[in-house]
Design a protein around this ligand. Structure first.
Ligand SMILES: Nc1ncnc2c1ncn2[C@@H]1O[C@H](COP(=O)(O)OP(=O)(O)O)[C@@H](O)[C@H]1O
Ligand SMILES: [Mg+2]
Length: 249
């Protein structure tokens, strides 16, 4: 059965797109067929991270508006076999509505094991469209109060929308920085305040950023990407150690 997962955050720039792409690649490596839908109209970026930007003709707004066949807006990524992507509209004015995107996802979901939806930040209409067809959600935060507050807002909104399988991804974690900021007693306190069950901790690593920004996702990997592999395994119902244990925090 296919699973639809939205990646969301209250605050912008927490790493939703980077984590979406990392998770998509890790799921494909588990032999899953994955479609990554970029829902960040006007600010799309997943195409660049997967190195398909030059091939794009149609996007999600064409697919729902009848401007093209649905399949014409789905691109095969060449970086890794088994990963497909659907780009967001180039312009924010072409944002799709929750109802039409939900219908599109319903029509295509049986073709994939996983559909990952990369949401824009916040709880606005773009987020509502991204979350409308999701069975579960990953809230991506950075380990600091403004981001944790955003998590509470998004969690509430997701619950109101009927999405109740919600997990927390702490991205860009650096133990020294976390300790030096001296805001939280420990990571457990941050997780308690976020009121969201932890599923992954992704380390701060410039190489994760560089691989994605160069369009090499799926082609290159570095040891810190084990966090994405463990996240994919947990989504698949396995129980690999959380990085929390590995990092000793
Ligand atoms: N684990 C990480 N380590 C280092 N830099 C990261 C990591 N994850 C994301 N980044 C960087 O953080 C910034 C925001 O990431 P992005 O995925 O575009 O966030 P969002 O989609 O939430 O706006 C980018 O510059 C990206 O390269
Ligand atoms: Mg993004």
């Amino acid at each position: 059965m296919s699973k639809v997962i939205v990646l969301a955050s209250g605050k912008g720039g927490t790493g939703k797109s980077t984590v979406s792409v990392g998770l998509a690649v890790a799921l494909v490596k588990l032999n899953k067929k994955v479609l990554l839908v970029d829902c960040d109209s006007g600010m799309r970026g997943v195409d660049l991270m997967l190195g398909v930007e030059k091939e794009l003709v149609y996007d999600v707004s064409d697919a729902v508006g009848g401007g093209c066949d649905k399949s014409a807006a789905i691109y095969v990524t060449r970086n890794i076999y088994g990963l497909y992507m659907m780009p967001a509209a180039l312009s924010a004015e072409d944002e799709v509505s929750p109802a039409v995107l939900r219908q599109l996802i319903e029509e295509i979901k049986d073709d994939y094991d996983y559909i990952l939806i990369d949401s824009p930040a916040g709880t606005g209409s773009g987020f509502e469209a991204a979350a409308a067809s999701a069975d579960s959600a990953l809230i991506v935060i950075n380990p600091e109060p403004t981001s944790v507050r955003g998590c509470l807002n998004i969690h509430r909104k997701l619950t109101d929308m009927g999405v109740d399988d919600i997990r927390l991804v702490i991205n860009r974690f650096e133990p020294e920085r976390f300790r030096a900021m001296n805001i939280y007693r420990d990571l457990d306190q941050l997780i308690d305040i976020s009121q969201t069950q932890l599923i992954a901790i992704v380390p701060e690593d410039v190489r994760i950023a560089a691989i994605a920004q160069k369009g090499n996702s799926g082609r290159e990997s570095v040891p810190s990407m084990a966090a994405f592999v463990n996240l994919a395994a947990r989504i698949e119902g396995e129980n690999p150690p959380l990085a929390k244990k590995i990092l000793g925090i």
